[in-house]
Design a protein around this ligand. Structure first.
Ligand code: GLP
Length: 223
């Protein structure tokens, strides 16, 4: 698969923001699947600057930690701070995975599916919180986070012991039903896993490798 290397984090952010902007302008009633983490922050900043009309847009976040949603590091807080509170999107249009997870799946299906899914990638090849070994057919479910993911994400918390150990994540099967997918990766520590996932063996041990089976995926990288 082609990995497009961009010159800077700013270019990565504006390139993906351009794709989101085009989607919202072409189809105001778009359903987006949205990521968290450090990588997409610049893209959200770009989108806010552009003052787009989000009033018809529906969003589904890819994953949430199982934790108090009011905690500053919950993904609900992240989305409010980085996007939702700074656009005209309706809070009722913003969905996060919840239990029963089948009801979250029903919400996606009831909205006629995801038009554009933006993904990051974890250092072990996870997408959303689908850890290595996740079935390519998996649906939204509770996931135990790996030691690697807990350590990687501890930079957002005071102590590694404060990192939630479980999450609710869209499944790989759910993600793969998106009409279009964009994956963004930032930092040379991601380059090896990105190459393995996009051009190595398609295996459940590398969750992001499932994207090789999708016919509309764009992959952007900057170091
Ligand atoms: C978390 C999120 C993923 C994200 C990954 C990479 O584990 N659940 O959706 O892609 O981190 O995050 P970062 O961009 O901070 O490296």
């Amino acid at each position: 698969m082609k990995i497009t290397t961009l010159k800077s984090y700013e270019e990565l952010s504006s390139t993906v923001a351009n794709i989101v902007e085009r989607q919202l302008k072409k189809q105001p009633l778009s359903k987006l699947a949205l990521p968290t983490g450090s990588t997409p922050r610049g893209m959200y900043r770009e989108l806010i600057k552009r003052e787009l009309d989000w009033s018809h847009t529906i969003t589904f976040n890819l994953d949430v930690y199982l934790m108090n949603v009011n905690h500053p590091e919950s993904y609900q807080s992240y989305m409010k701070k980085n996007l939702f509170d700074r656009t005209n999107i309706y809070p009722d249009h913003c969905h996060f995975p919840f239990r029963p997870t089948s009801a979250f799946e029903d919400k996606i299906a009831g909205s006629m599916g995801i038009d554009l899914c933006i993904l990051g990638i974890g250092s072990n090849g996870h997408i959303a919180f689908n850890e290595p070994g996740s079935s390519f057919l998996s649906r939204t479910r509770v996931m135990d986070l790996t030691e690697q993911t807990i350590v990687d994400n501890s930079r957002f918390f005071d102590d590694v012991g404060d990192v939630p150990t479980q999450a609710i994540t869209m499944g790989l099967g759910t993600i793969m039903e998106s009409k279009k997918i964009v994956l963004m990766a930032n930092g040379d520590h991601k380059l090896n896993i990105l190459n393995v996932a996009m051009n190595g063996e398609v295996t459940e041990e590398v969750p992001a490798s499932v994207l090789q089976n999708h016919d509309s995926v764009k992959v952007f990288y900057c170091d």
